[in-house]
Design a protein around this ligand. Structure first.
Ligand code: NOJ
Length: 559
């Protein structure tokens, strides 16, 4: 058989940058980020050195859940721009040599979606109700929810409908907020419409998709109560076997288009075996590595998670993308400065502003990005982490938009603390985010030192560290082995080699000497006599490796 070399797909080692559109950059002066703002900032993203963008939902929506409540998956919300602008953006991203993936939300739509409005207006018994999960309530007057399923945002996953004539009707299922009715994937319209959406965006140049809430679209059809002794890994509304048919069909559809497309799922499930089923060869390519995101800043925990995440077979790519933060989590710089630096993925959000030590968090965030970018496989950055933005923990209650902030037992700012618009320039809010004086969420005035403009000019800034790391990675890491070998430098040090390349992270209180006969390329904090301080990391190569000019901790060439 003739030898065939097939290059690894583009996403195998790609670094993605998550654009949370409302908060990235405003181009039309209404205080909300949009397509015009994103297009204007493409040179910034190119200079940063990422390979691809993930754009969060830009579809028409009442924005009850920041756009994850969709009315039309094939139209751009006027808040963000027009379909023509989206097409231009896709072309411009490609011209810049980058790729772009879009969000797909299969589990639910908006209460304002024409299908749901039709289901409400056509009344009991109408076939239009079969696209959703309408069920009578329990009890003689139907006043109790049909089962005990909880909404991911708290409270029951059911809301009782008021019929057009004002009488109480059946209940409808919503695993997220009551603004987001769950779609019934047994209905052929749902499958056909989803495929239509996928084709629509592939034909406009999308390079792939991020699938929202991937384990949820299929339910146990008898909608049973959660058994009192059920294992937390097996729930009747999540990770049902038939859900995989959806991803097989999605994969077959994207594979039928020319080019290489990337599918990544939001698969937040408790066991590795459950998560692995979503990345079988005919399903999604990848999931997010939420255990890595959620881990506390502790060497042994991170080592275990990394070990468990790497495939045993060296030819299989990492099946989960490394990620430290996203638009649903407390920013890692803030978490890493807390006594409990883990993130609780159960939706309760860790609240602990009082114990945050920002100096520690800042050093660890710098160390963490060098660790993350040294690992084999794709990585996702969340906008603003390259500026070292902390979580905003004191948003005035009246300013909060996130519906999660309105639930009991969640911090009042919900997830808005990580969604505060980016500071680009100037010394006072809105820091160049918008031409209008007001951004949709207030930015702390203390962010004047964190603007992109300021950090570009400061060789020791977080932004310059990210740029240096991304530049070195794209130049030198593609040729490194995709397996890693742990190097034992004591329990407080996480150290691994990929061929002649070494990554070291010091978690301990004492500076550690760097291994002899190594060349230093990048460090997250300045070295003291070739010693790596606490909460710092270093990229090294063993002598003899054909090495590039070194970059010191501040990103400037040093030899
Ligand atoms: C996950 C998204 O990341 C989150 O922002 C959203 O609220 C839920 N899915 C529901 O769509």
């Amino acid at each position: 058989m003739p030898f065939r070399y097939s290059a690894p797909p583009w996403w195998r080692q790609a670094v993605f940058y998550q654009i949370y559109l409302r908060s990235f950059a405003d181009g039309n002066g209404d205080g909300v980020g949009d397509l015009a703002g994103l297009r204007a900032r493409l040179p910034y993203l190119k200079a940063l050195g990422v390979d691809a963008l993930w754009v969060t939902p830009w579809y028409t929506s009442p924005m009850a859940d920041g756009g994850y409540d969709i009315c039309d998956h094939r139209a751009i919300d006027p808040l963000f721009g027009t379909t023509e602008e989206a097409e231009s953006l896709l072309a411009e991203v490609h011209d810049a040599g980058l790729r772009v993936i879009l969000d797909l939300v299969p589990n639910h739509c908006s209460k304002q979606h024409p299908w749901f409005r039709q289901a409400v207006s056509e009344g009991p018994g109408s076939p239009s109700r079969d696209r959703f999960w309408f069920r009578p309530g329990k009890g003689p007057d139907g006043s109790r929810p049909p089962n005990d399923w909880p909404s991911q945002f708290g409270g029951p996953a059911w809301t009782r409908l008021t019929e057009a004539d004002g009488t109480p009707g059946p209940w409808y299922l919503h695993l997220f907020s009551h603004h987001q009715p769950d779609l019934n994937w047994n209905h052929p319209d749902i499958r056909a419409d989803f495929a239509h959406t996928v084709r629509f965006w592939l034909e406009r140049g999308a390079d792939g998709f991020r699938v929202d809430a991937a384990p949820f679209p299929v339910k146990n059809p008898s909608l049973p109560d959660i058994a009192p002794h059920a294992s937390p890994t097996q729930l009747p509304y999540r990770d049902q076997h038939q859900v995989h048919e959806i991803y097989r069909a999605l994969r077959a559809l994207t594979d039928s288009y020319p080019g290489s497309h990337f599918l990544i799922g939001e698969v937040n499930l408790p066991t590795p075996a459950q998560r692995a089923r979503y990345v079988r060869t005919d399903e999604l390519h990848c999931t997010f590595n939420f255990p890595y995101l959620a881990s506390s800043w502790e060497a042994h925990k991170l080592r275990q998670i990394i070990t468990d995440s790497l495939p045993a077979d060296k030819d299989t790519p990492a099946q989960a993308a490394w990620v430290l933060s996203n638009h649903d989590t407390v920013r890692h710089l803030t978490r890493y400065g807390r006594d409990d630096s883990s993130f609780h993925m159960d939706g309760t959000f860790v609240d602990g502003p009082l114990d945050t030590n920002y100096r520690t968090g800042f050093a660890r965030a710098r160390a963490a990005i060098l660790l993350t970018l040294a690992l084999p496989g794709p990585a996702f950055l969340f906008q603003g982490e390259e500026l070292g933005l902390p979580e905003v923990e004191d948003l005035p209650r009246a300013a909060v938009h996130d519906l999660a902030g309105k639930q009991p037992n969640t911090p009042a700012q919900g997830r808005d603390g990580c969604r505060v618009p980016l500071p680009w320039s100037e010394d006072t809010p809105p820091f160049g985010f918008t031409t209008n004086g007001t951004a949709w969420l207030p930015q702390p005035s203390s962010w004047h030192g964190l603007t992109a403009q300021r950090q570009e000019a400061d060789p020791a800034s977080m932004l310059r560290l990210y740029r240096s790391a991304l530049a070195w990675r794209s130049c030198h890491m593609p040729s490194l082995p995709t397996t890693l070998r742990w190097v034992d430098l004591g329990t407080n040090v996480l150290a691994f080699a990929r061929g002649a390349f070494l990554c070291l992270v010091n978690f301990g209180a004492h500076p550690i000497p760097l291994p002899r006969e190594t060349q230093v390329h990048l460090t997250s904090s300045p070295l003291k006599e070739r010693r790596l301080p606490q909460d710092a990391s270093a990229w090294l190569t063993r002598s003899g490796y054909p090495a590039p000019p070194s970059l010191s901790h501040d990103g400037t060439k040093s030899s």
